[in-house]
Design a protein around this ligand. Structure first.
Ligand code: FRU
Length: 514
């Protein structure tokens, strides 16, 4: 029974709700906030830049009650040219407060590209002067030209509000055409900092006692000839349900391949110097094209491994329709491992914090919907919600939902029983400069359990993120509505399919903190 009083208190967005005394499980109306007739306006609960351009998240770290989201930003243009580190902080990963840029271009060293940030509580760097909340950013300084990328440090002793460049910058150089995006963590067993950084076709590993002096230890890249530039590496230990530790190595490839995504991961062992893969040498996929440059937060106090990614792809990022800004970060996700017939695999699940934005009353609640063609489930649902459903496809066909459905546009999410794949089809918005490839149907193989696939879909005006099979299969896409898209329908092809336990809960707007 929904607690509607609670909804009214927490979410002013509901204007009417079933009385707690009446056994009605559907909220009757939702407010103008959710059904406002604009298209292409800002998402409700995804981070977007205050203006102009945003790409990679960088320097993600929790410190003293705040999550820090630094990000690649160009404050002047809706494309990337004059890059720096934008900055926002949040107590809960949802309500963000914009702060002044953290790192700006340096005339001698170049633009601050992507990197990471660590808490150097022991002052190993000698930059922290006894400040236990000392943040050290380790990042790439780059000019546009090749062979000009090198790694630098900047330190903050005021909770990330201001940074000073290390006078010894750059601290790491190499004769390489691509050499960027250092990801740094403390490796307790060897009492050293470990860095993994990208170059053409390869990830390079270094260690350091003090963040200043770096020693190369190994490289990872099994098919360097065929590989594009490796960007935005991450290297993290994950604990499996059986207590074993498996290191996650994530690499982004630029240019990527739209259908197979631009990011790959491997699970393996890491001894502080060398990564030894346990999974396929070519890497595994974990999302579609619009989850790039993902980075994990350092220093998360409750031990969760959390990351988020930039919801675009370099092949079209600068051609997307804009309304004064470009770029959106995904919902933050918790990482885990699940056992499959092929061994351990990465899982991604939206962070629990998102539930605090969710309406208690479902907007839609259906135990069973039999579907053999397109059926409208709701005409004016709004465009910021979470939909949960178990899809049961016909034997030789497909079943799914069309979210953000307008008169001519929709984003289809379904299961194709012939191909054994979860798929997302977002179409190509009319009258834009987006390439035809944008409209490709994206798919990922995933097995049904007892003939069904449990799916959770986060919809937020300009994005659709689909999590299936407990986070084993994930597809995230940005969408660019050119019409009002507040409808929801179900569809089946090639026979009769069934939607089980369908619910839709509205998500409240996570206002920016002033
Ligand atoms: C990845 C990337 C990084 C680089 C940054 C520049 O999207 O190309 O390799 O540091 O963007 O903004």
């Amino acid at each position: 029974m929904p607690d509607c009083l609670h909804v009214l208190m927490v979410l002013v967005v509901l204007t009417a709700c079933s009385s707690p005394a009446t056994p009605v499980d559907v909220c009757e109306t939702i407010s103008g906030d959710h059904t406002a007739p604009e298209t292409g306006t800002r998402p409700f609960y995804h981070f977007t830049p205050p203006s102009a351009w945003m790409n990679d998240p960088a320097g993600l770290v929790w410190l003293d009650g705040e999550y820090h989201l630094f990000y690649q930003r160009d404050p002047h243009e809706v494309f990337t040219s004059d890059v720096r580190w934008g900055h926002a902080v949040s107590p809960d990963l949802l309500h963000w407060q914009d702060l002044p840029d953290a790192l700006t271009p340096d005339a001698m060293l170049g633009m601050p590209f992507t990197g990471s940030a660590v808490v150097d509580a022991q002052n190993t760097s000698g930059l922290c002067a006894g400040n236990v909340n000392c943040l050290v950013a380790v990042f790439t300084h780059a000019f546009g030209a090749l062979n000009s990328q090198k790694q630098s440090l900047a330190v903050s002793t005021d909770r990330g509000r201001t940074f000073q460049l290390d006078p010894h910058n750059p601290v790491l150089t190499a004769e390489l055409s691509d050499f960027r995006d250092p990801f740094v963590r403390w490796h307790a067993p060897t009492s050293k900092w470990v860095m993994v950084v990208g170059t053409t076709g390869t990830a390079l590993f270094y260690t350091s006692p003090d963040l200043n002096h770096w020693t190369p230890t190994s490289s990872f890249g099994l098919a360097p000839q065929g590989w594009p530039a490796v960007e935005c590496p991450n290297l993290l230990p994950l604990t499996a349900p059986d207590g074993t530790t498996h290191w996650l190595l994530k690499l982004d490839l630029n240019p990527g391949l739209l259908q197979s995504g631009a990011s790959r991961y491997w699970l393996g062992q890491f001894d502080g110097a060398t990564f030894t893969p346990e999974t396929d040498k070519d890497g595994l996929r974990f999302d579609g094209p619009d989850f790039y440059a993902a980075q994990a937060f350092a220093n998360v106090p409750d031990g969760r491994t959390l990351w988020l990614g930039w919801m675009s792809d370099w092949s079209y990022a600068m051609f997307t329709p804009t309304v004064g800004y470009r770029g959106e970060q995904s919902v933050p996700r918790q990482l885990g491992l699940a056992q499959t017939p092929d061994g351990w695999r990465l899982t991604q699940t939206p962070v629990a914090e998102l539930a605090t934005l969710e309406s208690a009353c479902p907007l839609v609640s259906e135990n069973v919907v039999a579907v053999s063609q397109d059926v409208t489930l709701a005409a004016a649902l709004g465009n910021a919600y979470v939909l949960r459903v178990d899809l049961e496809p016909p034997k030789g066909g497909e079943v799914g939902v069309r979210v953000l459905r307008g008169a001519t546009e929709a984003t289809s999410v379904g299961y194709d029983a012939v191909r054994g794949t979860l798929f997302v089809d977002r179409g190509l918005p009319a009258g834009t400069d987006l390439p035809e490839s944008f409209a490709a149907r994206l798919e990922v193989p995933v097995a049904l359990v007892d003939g069904r696939l449990p799916v959770t879909v986060y919809v937020d005006r300009t994005s659709v993120e689909v999590f299936a099979a407990d986070g084993l299969a994930v597809l995230s896409v940005s969408v660019y509505p050119t019409e009002l898209r507040h409808g929801l329908s179900a569809f089946a092809l090639g026979g009769a399919g069934t939607l089980h336990d369908l619910t839709v809960h509205m998500l409240a707007r996570a206002a920016r903190v002033e």
